[in-house]
Ligand binder design. Structure first.
Ligand SMILES: *[C@@H]1O[C@H](CO)[C@@H](O)[C@H](O)[C@H]1NC(C)=O
Ligand SMILES: *[C@@H]1O[C@H](CO)[C@@H](O)[C@H](O)[C@H]1NC(C)=O
Ligand SMILES: *[C@@H]1O[C@H](CO)[C@@H](O)[C@H](O)[C@H]1NC(C)=O
Ligand SMILES: *[C@@H]1O[C@H](CO)[C@@H](O)[C@H](O)[C@H]1NC(C)=O
Length: 384
């Protein structure tokens, strides 16, 4: 494989390597409060200031940055957002936020466990706005006093990181899981625009490629949520105007449309049997039966049709600008480091880092049409 060829690889899980190692050790990183958060409006649903956890890069990683955006669904109406603001341990507030956070997986500082990023600047951004970091409404909600300002949290957090040296980044990666993965796509070009022209900047949304499902009957929950982002959180300003000017703005939150207007390279990591995809695009019962592996014939068929629609909605762009790692695991989130291999003996981490540095341009899609239990590889079904 040379650096100049595009490879589109469709393969089976062929290599059963060693089972996942015991949970890798984590280390503890202290909280950083966003500077002037209140003045900048960088506040959670309950008006508390935004925060993040940051560990400085070292050695030849000193100018490299990995920024991770936490996920956690969306709040979709006034009551829902109010409940996050008052009850959620941190989902709508930093009032009770932990003053330290354990960095594991690709945030670890241990070279053995995290060869790709151990010495990069690493940032974990908690999610407390319920809008994938897109909300921007000036005044608090007149009924609940909730504030909708996720976009300002993103911007003010980036300002802090730029002043900590990200303005001189050589390599940077914006990543996140689920609603945080969606945020990584929404903000990908914006993130790119904040960094030096010479920097290598790419984005890695994990478990965030939720599709606009038109063919199957379903609970239409993504449409409800994305409509709320536009109309409750005031998110439209964070979306590409080229998209919102030609279709209903809430549709521009679906990655299949959004990514048509994103020029920065994006690598999509997802399962074609993603539990949230199934629960929100089909029905709750379909996700439940998938996990307990007792679906009826009709349910299995609907899940297969959704999988086909997910694959059909993947970007058609060349692998250089759109990498793909699509498993057939029954899962939602997935770790960066796992022993799962889809083709050859390459793991997700190995495929991704090759793509990131441009050694190989890969789109890897598992062709197994039966949902797999990948718990052995640390990619387990999640309790939703
Ligand atoms: C509304 O929230 C703000 C913080 O965003 C707080 O300062 C203010 O006291 C709250 N007002 C009411 C009436 O609860
Ligand atoms: C608000 O959203 C929650 C969560 O989706 C839902 O259970 C509830 O019925 C909604 N309430 C209203 C008034 O729409
Ligand atoms: C903070 O913790 C206290 C005590 O556990 C709890 O009563 C309160 O609801 C929490 N507040 C938020 C905003 O999470
Ligand atoms: C890094 O992780 C390896 C494997 O878990 C462990 O043996 C080693 O002690 C760790 N190194 C440090 C510096 O913590």
């Amino acid at each position: 494989m040379t650096t100049t060829t595009f490879l589109l690889l469709l393969g089976f899980i062929v290599i059963l390597t060693t089972p996942l190692q015991a949970q890798t050790p984590v280390h503890i990183v202290p909280i950083s409060w966003v500077q002037n958060a209140i003045v900048k409006g960088a506040v959670c649903l309950d008006g508390t200031p935004a925060a993040y956890y940051y560990e400085q890069g070292q050695g030849d990683g000193a100018n490299n940055w990995l920024v991770f955006l936490q996920g956690g669904g969306w709040c979709v109406n006034q009551t829902d957002c109010f409940n996050r603001a008052i009850y959620g341990k941190s989902s709508g507030s930093t009032k009770n936020i932990s003053l330290t956070f354990p960095f594991g997986d690709f945030l670890s500082n241990n070279q053995t466990n995290n060869p790709d990023f151990y010495n990069w600047n690493r940032v974990y951004v908690p999610y407390c706005d319920g809008s994938s970091f897109t909300g921007d409404v000036e005044a608090p909600d007149s009924v609940t006093n909730v504030t909708y300002k996720g976009a300002r949290i993103f911007r003010a957090t980036m300002d802090d990181l730029l002043s900590r040296g990200m303005n001189g980044a050589q390599n940077a990666l914006l990543t996140g899981v689920s609603a945080g993965g969606l945020a990584a796509m929404i903000h990908c070009d914006r993130f790119r625009g904040l960094l030096p022209w010479f920097a290598r900047v790419k984005c890695l949304p994990i478990a965030g490629y939720f599709v606009h499902e038109e063919n199957l009957p379903g609970s239409k929950q993504f449409e409800v949520a994305f409509d709320a982002l536009i109309h409750l959180h005031g998110s439209a300003g964070m979306l590409p105007p080229q998209c919102t000017s030609i279709m209903t703005p809430s549709l521009c939150l679906f990655p299949q449309y959004l990514l048509q207007y994103v020029t920065t390279p994006v690598f999509i990591a997802m399962s074609s049997f993603d539990q949230v995809q199934i629960k929100w695009n089909l029905f709750k019962e379909d996700e439940v039966c998938l996990v307990s592996q007792n679906c009826t014939h009709d349910q299995k068929q609907a899940i297969q049709e959704l999988r086909s629609d997910v694959l059909a909605a993947l970007p058609k762009a060349p692998p250089l600008s759109r990498g793909i790692w699509m498993t057939s695991c029954i899962a939602h989130e997935m770790p960066y480091y796992s022993t799962l291999t889809i083709i050859g003996n390459k793991t997700f981490a190995e495929v991704f880092i090759d793509w990131y540095f441009g050694f190989n341009y890969l789109q890897v899609i598992d062709t197994q049409i039966e949902p797999q239990n990948c718990s052995l590889y640390g990619i387990g079904p999640k309790q939703l």
